[in-house]
Design a protein around this ligand. Sequence first.
Ligand SMILES: Nc1ncnc2c1ncn2[C@@H]1O[C@H](COP(=O)(O)OP(=O)(O)OP(=O)(O)O)[C@@H](O)[C@H]1O
Ligand SMILES: [Mg+2]
Length: 328
Amino acid sequence: MSTAARTGTAAEPAIQVTDLVKTYGEVSALKGISFEVARGEVLGLLGPNGSGKTTTVTLLSTLQRPTSGSARICGNDVVARAGRVRELVSLTGQYAALDEGLTTVENLSVFGRLTGLRGRALHTRIDELVEQFDLGTARDRRVGALSGGMQRRVDIASALVTRPEVLFLDEPTTGLDPRSRAAVWDTVAALRGDGITVLLTTQYLEEADRLADHIVMLNQGSVVAAGTPGRLKQQVGAAVCEVTLVERDVTAAVLGLLADLELVEAPTDGTASGSQAHPRLVVRAPNGMSTVSEVITRLEKASIDVVDIGLRQPSLDEVFLQLTESPR
Ligand SMILES: Nc1ncnc2c1ncn2[C@@H]1O[C@H](COP(=O)(O)OP(=O)(O)OP(=O)(O)O)[C@@H](O)[C@H]1O
Ligand SMILES: [Mg+2]
């Protein structure tokens, strides 16, 4: 059967989510989210702990049913056509689903057999994956003895034994060191090159920025922002000016001097972290260096001493803070 016949018309988006709601008793894990992913794109689903990322992935991969709303994979409803959806998707969960007592090849064989691959076809596919994921040295080693980064690669490879149309990767790099994280990033880039649609969840803005064509940001079960990484950064990414003062007793005066600039972080309480701590405050710097030099000029005129002053990009925490204060 041709790919087109197997997956519905190519015009249908790979993933279409409409007003999706999931409640667990009193808990509203998803409060009616909507988004779309075009075929062959990488979507970064970003959000803090408990924002509903894993819930979204489990609904889209038919592991659970939505409370209301709908979702389609290549035009197939995840409830009405759950069987077809299972043929189209593959999932690498937040916690690896490998058998640690088996070798890499044995694990890949298990996944292959589960999806009906046998004999020469199975062996050929495993050889391809070992090559693609650079797992030569891990081939005949027990997965439990591999490093976390290697295990992640075996885990992702196992989700690809039969080539899915849509791959869900739930926090594929959480807990990995920078080198292993980079290897997973290369893997995702390669999948994209192969035309596989990828939905990747992450808590790291940088990761979504690197890998994703589009980003959907969740907070407490709702979409708080969506768009290309560039657009989101414009929306949330204005640089900030961080000022560390010498004296505590001038903070009120400084707040007055900078009253026209949006306060991102109120002066920290120096006494809370010891009498030596210098108060620090952060304001938005819409004009970058010009804002910083304006701040310096005003403080100099008022004879207010600083320990440190500088321009920096907002942290992820600040991004979330801003987005949850002013949704969309
Ligand atoms: N089976 C369940 N029963 C009850 N509540 C649940 C269940 N699964 C998830 N929740 C709740 O739904 C909300 C969303 O959880 P979810 O696991 O989707 O978040 P997440 O974004 O994946 O978080 P994390 O970054 O910690 O993995 C949380 O409040 C969670 O406690
Ligand atoms: Mg999760």
